[in-house]
Design a protein around this ligand. Sequence first.
Ligand SMILES: [Fe+2]
Ligand SMILES: [Fe+2]
Length: 474
Amino acid sequence: MSIDYAERIPNNVELASNRTLQRALEHWQPEFLNWWKEMGPTDFNAADVYLRTAISVDAKGWANYGYVRMPDYRWGIFLAEPEPDRRVGFGDDFGKPAWQQVPGEYRSALRRLIVTQGDTEPASVEQQRLLGHTAPSQYDLRNLFQVNVEEGRHLWAMVYLLHAYFGRDGREEAEELLVRHSGDADKPRILGTFNEPINDWLSFFMFTFFTDRDGKFQLKSFAESSFDPLARTCRFMLTEEAHHMFVGDTGISRVTKRTLEVMRELGTDEPEAVRRAGAIDFPTLQRYLNFWFSSSLDLFGSEASSNAAAYFANGIKGRPDEKKYEDHLARATSVELDVPDGKGGIRIESVPLRNAMNEVVRNSYVEDCMRGLGRWNRLIEAAGHAFRFSLPSTRFRRTIGNWANVATDPAGQPISQAQYDAQIASWLPSDADRAFIASLMVRVVEPGKMAGWIAPPEKGIKDRSIDYDYVRLA
Ligand SMILES: [Fe+2]
Ligand SMILES: [Fe+2]
């Protein structure tokens, strides 16, 4: 198979003159396409979808809109423009030149981090593969596919790094990224949340709000990396990631709006009445939120971590927006963490800041999530209702870190296992909740029409109207 590189794989890594990289990608690309056909969105490969494609990194080229069949999407390889004379921004080597090649001593750590990030990208495509059949509108269907093709491109971005900088073991890892599958009993995806099924659009919106936002913070940490090709790759990915979170944020806003409308028509906020009218009651939304938020918290890792300390000390992975901190060495400070005291209470433990980097990143993430909840709550407040969405405590329902498998209520208060078991069904989506949400998932194909459980968006994509024909079904 021969490839017209500039046309087929838009890139700014001089692919046309790099024979080694060409050979590696020539081998990998057909495997990627096979994976897309087997594990990507089912039954929509012949549809023309109004998608944006990045064809260069400048303001004009990064968002080109037009109809594309997904298997023909031009998955490109882009790095943000280099910063001249870029320096290591944190850790023990602060101020030294950034690395253009992988330092031998950090090779396995960097490879592991790139593989772990890379694994999440196709995982989410796999998780979302059936959603096209129940899209609440053409607009939403198009957004789903935009997210899917861009997660595919993010996989390409990580595979580029593996191929270009990690030799044979990088190529092997790139193949494994197509062999593990979300939820697979034998070869699951690496991180827990990426093995959770996404069977309905409420889960999709929660995932794009909470789990893609974890991605944002991971990418922001890597954007600080001293390994400059990784930093530049992740800086460009962040421009695309913003749309994924927009889909989640506005998706939940639209569900909230629709619920408020129905509550006004009915003159009640009684959940059963709201459900009978075909909208999603707020307590159910809160349970879905509890599920996806708490699952996503684990993705940041343990509160105290010697790996995180080493990544920071060595300049491999920094803090999001490292420039906002004054002290880039983080050597002398410590952080207080709440840990279970083993007797059903909480005690405070002091940990060196470098070891607490996962917690620093998680806290920035939680703050960012709060801003979304604030927007949804303002809609509810403006409509005169008392309900407010809230984020569970970072201690609730954790499976990684200090609070792993410690029973707490959503506020983070330790409780007995028996109390937890008795109440967990009221804190997370029950089978009945999931069956109700599933019953709402009916496909709406007429342009501009919305399913009854979600309000229309405020505007269309790019400069198109809401009733634009975003997906032309074959
Ligand atoms: Fe991504
Ligand atoms: Fe994403």
